[in-house]
Design a protein around this ligand. Structure first.
Ligand code: PMT
Length: 406
């Protein structure tokens, strides 16, 4: 799986370009976002329209396009990816890469990128065996370019030998290996809670809150993107399922409690859900009737189980790192600090949820990460960026634990 991974696919002009279409599909099936750059000669083999339709993204090709440069300059294109893949990589593009030639968008992006590059060569056997290509390949390898294939087989030109591009699924496997080796949370298991809970009053009514699930879902996606096996226990939301994450859908706080504690053991727990603190003491079997002149009903409430507290006190099943959120409207830092101690979690992410902040339901959040011995104030940012940054802190925490144990 490649949840949330951003692949920049450079398609150069060889007959194997037709396989790039399947490659795009396979990468996207696994949760990757694919953005494509085509060389002029690649467009002789497949059309930008097909590439755009399959990638569901704009296709780039013109170094001097004013619109492209304004929307997504070639430098940004080269940096805004987790990995650059050249498939097919012709002998021509490999030669240009080795010599540092940048005479079109594809080669300019390859020169400007600060990301790892995997090349999947595709060419005639004589071209692959030519001394010039051998030299170029070894120069590129010495500079850290990774190679996927080529393999041996029948060629489109009728010859047989080494030079065939490996199959799209084999390229995908190479990419999965690349990311799993590099994934900082590979081998870790994470439980994330997200969204509101609905506490039933009668068959048609419930008590709830305004949580959209955006923050919790983004955290689950970020942890999965860093290689953690992630279980997302979510209340009712309109958010899409993050790729590569196991989803457990629940309605009430009690169901969320059972699902989250039932998912133990885990290494990481992040409780971003806005769990109802109380629920109606009894759920009526029939709809409460409104009677003319009758008094409005009174709801007796009882306290819900506290999921964060239960995970923090789970004995030998306690995750090594338990992170809570604190939704506060006043004295944000002081209340959140006290909440961290009261609930027994390791870190708490404090966020101001006063109505004018738009935190509940909005796309942005301003948070403070509070640990036992520090408070880190983060600037206002997109919830997806809060999630990425939190996941990075979590990864660093585990890297430090590993280092200390060695
Ligand atoms: O969903 P969004 O629209 O993206 O909004 C995100 C958010 C504002 C909901 C999120 O960032 C957030 O702050 N989540 C916690 C909301 C909350 O219920 O805070 P609290 O201060 O009431 O609870 C403190 C912590 O205890 C939280 O980690 C909460 O998940 C947990 N808790 C609370 C009650 C309960 N019965 N069980 C719990 O686990």
């Amino acid at each position: 799986m490649l949840p949330g991974k951003r692949i920049l696919l450079i398609i150069s002009g060889g007959i194997a370009a037709y396989k790039s279409l399947d490659l795009i599909r396979r990468l996207r099936e696994r949760g990757a976002t694919v953005r494509c750059v085509m060389t002029d000669s690649a467009t002789q083999f497949i059309t930008p329209l097909s590439v755009s339709a399959l990638s569901e993204n704009k296709v780039y090709g013109d170094l001097f396009s004013l619109t492209d440069e304004a929307e997504m300059g070639h430098i940004q294109l080269s940096r805004d990816a987790d990995l650059v893949l050249v498939a097919p990589a012709t002998t021509n593009i490999l030669a240009k890469m080795a010599q540092g030639i940048s005479d079109d968008l594809a080669t300019t992006v390859l020169l400007a990128t600060d990301k790892d590059v995997i090349a999947a060569p595709a060419m005639n056997v004589r071209m692959w065996e030519h001394a010039a290509t051998r030299d170029n390949v070894s120069t590129l390898k010495s500079r850290g370019v990774l190679f996927a294939g080529p393999t041996e087989g029948d060629m489109a030109c009728g010859e047989y030998g080494e030079g065939r591009m490996i199959e799209p699924l084999e390229i995908v496997t190479e990419i999965e290996h690349y990311f799993s080796a590099a994934a900082p949370l590979a081998g870790r298991r994470a439980i994330v809670t997200s969204g509101p809970t609905h506490e039933a009053i009668d068959p048609v009514r419930y008590v709830a809150n305004r949580s959209s699930g955006k923050q919790g879902h983004a955290i689950a996606a970020a942890l999965a993107g860093m290689g953690a096996e992630t279980i997302l226990v979510t209340g009712p939301t309109a958010e899409a399922n993050p790729a590569g994450v196991k989803i457990v859908r629940i309605e009430s706080a009690r169901e969320m409690h059972d699902a989250a504690t039932g998912a133990l053991p885990a290494d990481i727990a992040v409780c971003a859900a806005a769990v109802a603190d109380w629920r109606p003491a009894e759920i009526l079997e029939g709809k409460i009737k409104k009677t003319k002149g009758g008094a409005p009903p009174c709801l007796d409430m009882v306290e819900n189980p506290d999921i964060l507290r239960s995970l923090s006190a789970a004995g030998n099943q306690r995750p090594a790192l338990v992170v809570g959120f604190a939704a506060e409207t006043d004295n944000v830092l002081a209340n959140a600090t006290a909440k961290r101690e009261r609930k027994g979690c390791d870190w708490i992410v404090a966020n101001d949820v006063s109505p004018d902040t738009g935190t509940f339901g909005g796309d942005r959040n301003t948070v403070h990460l509070i640990t036992a011995d520090s408070t880190d104030d983060w600037p206002a940012m997109a919830k997806s960026d809060v999630a990425e940054r939190l996941a990075e802190h979590i990864a660093t925490h585990f890297a430090n634990l590993r280092e200390a144990a060695e």
